[in-house]
Write a protein that binds this ligand. Structure first.
Ligand code: C2E
Ligand code: CA
Ligand code: CA
Length: 718
């Protein structure tokens, strides 16, 4: 559309520009021609008048002469011929005629008669009645006043300029009445010689006399004594406009051609650019609304969708789908695998989507689906079921199998009453509840769910406050026992928080919050300090300390720990650090650097919660661990499924092969202990043996050399 508009605009302006240049040139030329014609009309008229004036003044000069007066009255032909008639040689006039009023006879000198020696003729060339017709005008003048009259006259088929005066006895007294004064006539042929003077003066090419006024050029009427038109002067007035066109047309044509070429080029470029611009703008608009990885609409597109829905009004349901453990996949397998995983999941969402619904990726592992209309909630449930069916099988990405689990939360309402942000927030609260309580089904928003979110916010504030003094925190120790001898090998340090406002808060609850808010750094420092300080009193105690993934993202941690150990005088060989699988794969290079640093300093490293993450054997070989802690979920399977036991066997072989000690966590029953002993597990830890206990209690246990030989031996024997 914009390209067409631009093209039409460019073309129109080009045509307009060319038309304007041509029109202005033509108009200017026409104007020049008109002005020149008007000017030449004035000039020719002026020139003609000048010629006539000249004739008239010559005639007047001849006539205002007393000697001439006397000679004419005396018909002194000799004097008249010598002094006046000889002038009729065609230079100034062609005919000189004296008309005598007493008998209205004429004496006439003509060019031809002079040449032939027959002058003066006794007849009139200029008809006497014509000469007499001037009398009323001539007699209007007094004596001794120049009275010459002029007119044009047709004589012998030729136009002549005529001048008539009374011959006056200038300066001499006389009794003769003016009516009886002789009259003197000059006739000058309006011929080429006459006209060329005008033509030359005013740069006119052709000028001629013709009786009629027909013709395309300029003309001027030549009038007789009675005012009737005798003939016409015709000429072609100069046309400087034509010359202008002639001279400028080539440069203008060249200029226009160049202009057209340039504007054409510019127009073409502009059109091309506009096309590109339109295309790239459309592309940019499209891209700006699309999530790069999944090609689903993004947050911007979602907001626009909400705005549209708001205009229409009505019920909508907003569903949030949040993947579980996606961060782990990214951390453990890299972003390529994570991206492919999220892409397939997005495809599943797209395939499960009802026609009228709208799905968007909000970033990370969070998706939003919007359903509209009265049935929006039904549609939402149906969508969740369809998605469940599609995701029930593990997903194969690059040869890795991933379970697809996610939390679903939704909220419904009228878009006119509730802002989209509120609907989203509510769906988020519901999703958060589903995630926290591991609810598989979609959770509908309910105001009572707000509690969870508020609870977390309250926890963050309480944690921040508690970390200022650390007085609310304590560390307890859970013994880890040699599975064969029952001797206390070491004790795992576990943090406890007794909040005055929130009571005893489980680390399983607040540790993840502390990790999300970076409060884990201060908390981690407190634990290490407390454990090292306890160890100075319990010098036989070996400990196992949990390090969270966030702590291992900071390379200064090695220096910090070494410094604290040195400060308390703790031999690093007494300390094991437990890290989870997700940690050591997050930034492989950095984490392995930190692990090596800690091991070099003499500390040991245990892989915690083994089996819950995504570790591969490759990683186990690359990263140098000392112990493997098998997650409680495997132990729970003992006596329940055969696979559980087989897995425990395999893990035992694996640890052997890798030269690692193997620890079983969460041992609660004697049956479990018995099997672990059978499988030659090195160490056991669990409520069956001891719950986590305060340092003082552990001190008593240590000083009494209490051991778990009884339990251990009993199981062995059984
Ligand atoms: P974890 O590292 O796997 O610690 C073992 C958890 O299992 C402890 O829970 C322990 O009390 C519990 N446990 C041990 N034996 C049994 C048993 O037989 N049955 C059952 N049901 N549970 C058993 P706790 O103390 O609640 O700690 C939970 C998690 O919090 C820990 O899991 C660890 O990930 C984290 N945590 C605790 N203290 C710290 C700490 O100082 N630093 C860090 N970073 N994380 C900590
Ligand atoms: Ca642990
Ligand atoms: Ca554990």
């Amino acid at each position: 559309m914009i390209v067409r508009k631009l093209s039409v605009m460019m073309l129109t302006s080009m045509v307009m520009a060319v038309t304007m240049v041509v029109a202005v040139t033509l108009w200017t030329a026409g104007q020049n021609n008109r002005t020149a014609a008007e000017d030449s009309q004035k000039m020719v008229a002026g020139g003609l008048e000048g010629r006539m004036d000249r004739l008239a003044s010559l005639n007047s000069d001849y006539a205002s002469w007393a000697a001439a007066f006397n000679a004419a009255r005396a018909r002194d032909v000799e004097w008249l011929t010598e002094n006046m008639g000889a002038g009729a040689n065609g230079k100034e006039f062609h005919v000189l005629q004296i008309v005598l009023p007493d008998d209205w006879s004429s004496l006439t000198w003509t060019e031809t008669a002079i040449e032939a020696g027959t002058a003066p003729l006794n007849n009139a060339v200029v008809p006497v009645e014509v000469v007499r017709s001037f009398l009323p005008k001539l007699n209007m003048y007094k004596r001794d006043v120049k009275d010459t009259q002029t007119a044009y006259l047709e004589l012998d088929g030729e136009t002549h300029a005529i001048a008539v005066s009374r011959i006056q006895p200038w300066g001499q007294t006389t009794d003769v009445p003016v009516e009886e004064f002789p009259l003197m006539v000059f006739a000058l042929r309006v011929n080429d010689a006459f006209l060329s003077r005008i033509a030359d003066k005013f740069l006119i090419d052709d000028i001629y006399v013709k009786p009629d006024d027909e013709g395309s050029g300029a003309r001027l009427p030549l009038t007789g004594p009675d005012g009737t038109v005798v003939s016409h002067l015709h000429w072609t007035p100069p046309r400087p406009g034509d010359l202008l066109i002639k001279t400028v047309s080539v440069p203008i044509a060249i200029g226009l051609a160049v202009f057209l070429l340039l504007t054409g080029k510019v127009a073409w470029l502009a059109r091309k650019n506009a096309k590109l611009l339109v295309a790239s703008e459309a592309e940019a608009l499209r891209v700006a609304r699309k999530d790069a990885i999944t090609c689903l609409p993004n947050r911007l597109a979602l907001n626009e969708r909400f705005a549209e829905l708001r205009k229409c009004g009505g019920t909508i349901s907003t569903l949030i789908v949040d993947l579980n453990g996606f961060k782990g996949i990214n951390d453990s397998f890299g972003h390529d695998v994570g991206d492919r995983f999220i892409k397939v999941f997005a495809e599943y969402i797209g395939l499960s989507l009802p026609e009228d619904a709208f799905a968007a990726r909000l970033g990370g592992d969070e998706f939003v689906v919007v359903f509209r209309g009265q049935t929006s909630e039904d549609q939402c449930i149906k969508f969740c079921n369809a998605l469940k069916r599609r995701t029930k099988h593990p997903l194969n990405v690059d040869g890795f199998m991933f379970e697809i689990t996610y939390a679903l939360g939704y909220s419904s309402g009228d878009v006119k009453d509730l802002r989209s942000t509120e609907l989203l927030r509510r769906a988020d609260v519901a999703m958060y509840h589903a995630k926290k309580h591991k609810v598989q089904k979609p959770v509908r928003y309910d105001p009572t769910l707000e509690h969870d979110k508020r609870e977390e916010e309250r926890t963050i504030i309480a944690l921040q406050e508690a970390l200022e003094t650390c007085e609310e925190f304590n560390v307890v120790y859970q013994p880890i026992i040699d599975a064969k001898t029952g001797e206390l090998e070491l004790a795992e340090a576990l943090v406890r928080w007794n909040s005055p406002t929130m009571g005893n808060v489980s680390p399983a609850y607040f540790i993840p919050i502390a990790e999300r808010t970076s409060l884990i750094f201060d908390l981690g420092r407190f634990v290490i300090d407390r454990v090292f300080s306890d160890m100075t009193r319990l010098d036989a105690l070996k400990t196992s300390i949990n390090l969270s993934p966030a702590q291992l993202r900071n390379s200064k941690v090695i220096e910090e720990i070494r410094e604290r150990a040195a400060f308390y005088g703790i031999n690093p060989s007494r300390v094991t650090f437990e890290i989870t699988e997700t940690t050591f794969m997050e930034d492989e290079y950095l984490v392995s650097f930190i692990m090596d640093g800690l091991r070099e300093a003499g500390f040991q490293i245990a892989l915690d919660d083994f089996g819950t993450g995504y570790s591969s054997i490759g990683y186990l070989r690359k990263m140098h661990f000392d112990k493997l802690k098998v997650d409680k979920s495997f132990i729970d399977d003992i006596g329940v499924t055969e696979t559980g036991e087989n897995l425990l066997t395999s893990l035992r072989f694996l640890s052997r092969a890798l030269g690692l000690e193997i620890v079983a966590e969460g041992v609660e029953t004697e049956e479990q202990l018995g099997l672990l002993q059978q499988l030659s597990y090195d160490m056991v830890q669990g409520y069956l043996l001891s719950k986590p206990i305060p340092a003082e209690d552990l001190a008593t246990l240590l000083s009494e050399k209490a051991d778990w030989a009884g339990i251990v031996q009993a199981q062995k024997a059984a």
